[in-house]
Write a protein that binds this ligand. Structure first.
Ligand code: GDP
Length: 373
């Protein structure tokens, strides 16, 4: 088939027996093209002041909230400066919420559970923000939590706001950013905050230190080792929900419930006076979700009545103050150009037994102190 200049459309080839297609005409410019592009440029350049961000957040503007969270997550000093100002101004508008940590190994059904629970509580009038701490992002730059398309139903829910885990930095850094994001979300009117993490590393300790209630999702019939759940994590749990209690799995789930209840009896009493509960549910079939929520509200009623709720939040604030100090000290040291350049040399001296680890560390820290004078 020959297509020359005059037969730009394949249909105009003499061999083609179909319709003739005329050359198109050039599209006239849209009437307001100029003003649109001016508007877009303006929008791109427009930078909000801290107060404008705060006003937007307090009005519940989710776009502005997202932009502010991006500032919180950024490591650029000017972004951090404005982020801290926004956080400070939002602080008086926070605290009237419930913060729930949700953990469990990959595949246990966390996202399915959060969808089911999120749909249930937003229908009851809650405004829900779902945040995440993804420990994998730090090392592999990949993510355990975020790769698949998750929580499709909830993402379209006007009463829910889903923000994936901040991806860069140390666990301490990621956790701090999540904690600051909680503040912004609460100021934006979200009264329920879910923080999801994978129960395989240290991230659940970080999550535990920023929530009021810690929920552990488990599966029936898989040994604890198989589930990668350490005793310490079970000890932190205010409730264990055995998920996938459906179909053939019902009996096994019931049995697992009894076993976990027995195991929890052996743990020391919790400082809140609360006896951790074990429940079964099916996130997929949306069964038992209401009971898990009831348990959370029961716990809150108790912890508020005996004042443990406020005590725990105060302890957490204190903990995060020290965590922040540690993080900043560490960053200051490791990001210092001279220290950075000296570290590899010291490392090889230690490896070659020319310096002990302790002396190497002391010399570097002494040098850093001198630099700071
Ligand atoms: P996550 O990795 O912990 O977030 O787990 P997902 O929510 O992605 O669930 C992993 C798989 O388990 C998916 O195929 C879900 O459909 C399935 N699943 C989740 N909850 C249930 C449940 O209650 N019952 C059954 N039978 N399957 C479930």
């Amino acid at each position: 088939m020959i297509i020359d200049k005059h037969h730009e459309h394949i249909e105009n080839d003499p061999h083609y027996g179909g319709l003739k297609v005329n050359d198109g005409i050039e599209m006239p410019p849209p009437v307001n093209a100029d003003s649109v592009s001016r508007f877009l440029q303006k929008k791109k350049k427009r930078k909000l002041s801290a107060q404008q961000y705060v006003d937007g957040i307090l009005q519940g503007d989710v776009t502005i909230l997202s932009q502010a969270v991006t500032l919180v997550e950024s490591s650029k000093p000017d972004h951090q400066e404005i982020a801290q100002e926004i956080i400070l101004k939002c602080l008086p508008h926070t605290g009237n919420s419930v913060r729930v940590g949700i953990t469990g190994v990959p595949g246990v059904g966390k996202s399915t559970f959060i969808e089911a629970m999120g749909t249930y509580i937003t229908a009851k009038g809650s405004k829900l923000a779902v945040l995440a701490i993804d420990p994998s992002s730090e090392r592999t730059k990949g993510s355990i939590l975020g790769d698949k398309t998750r929580m499709e139903e909830l993402s379209g829910n006007p009463h829910a706001y889903i923000r994936p885990s901040p991806s860069a930095g140390s666990l301490g850094g990621v956790a701090r950013k999540t904690r600051e994001t909680i503040i912004l979300c609460e100021a934006a009117g979200f009264d329920t905050i879910f923080i999801e993490t994978v129960g395989v590393g240290q991230s659940e300790t970080a999550v535990h230190s920023m929530v009021d209630f810690f929920l552990l999702l488990m599966l029936a019939g898989a040994g604890d080792e198989l589930q990668g759940i350490k005793r310490g994590i079970m000890e932190m749990a205010d409730a264990i929900a055995i998920n996938k209690a459906d179909g053939n799995n019902m009996d096994k789930a019931g049995l697992a419930r009894i076993q976990y209840e027995n195991a929890l009896h052996l743990f020391p009493p919790t400082p809140s006076g609360w006896k951790p509960k074990v429940l079964t549910c099916s996130a997929f079939h949306k069964k038992g979700i209401d009971q898990v929520w009831e348990t959370i509200t029961e716990y809150l009623a108790l912890a508020k009545e005996n004042n443990y709720f406020h005590h725990r939040r105060n302890e957490q604030s204190k903990y995060w103050m020290y965590e922040s100090i540690n993080e900043q000290l560490k960053m200051g040291f490791y990001e210092n150009p001279e220290i950075k350049s000296k570290l590899p040399g010291f490392e090889s001296k230690v490896l070659n037994d020319e310096l002990s680890s302790f002396v190497a560390a002391r010399e570097l820290i002494d040098r850093y102190r001198q630099l700071k004078k």
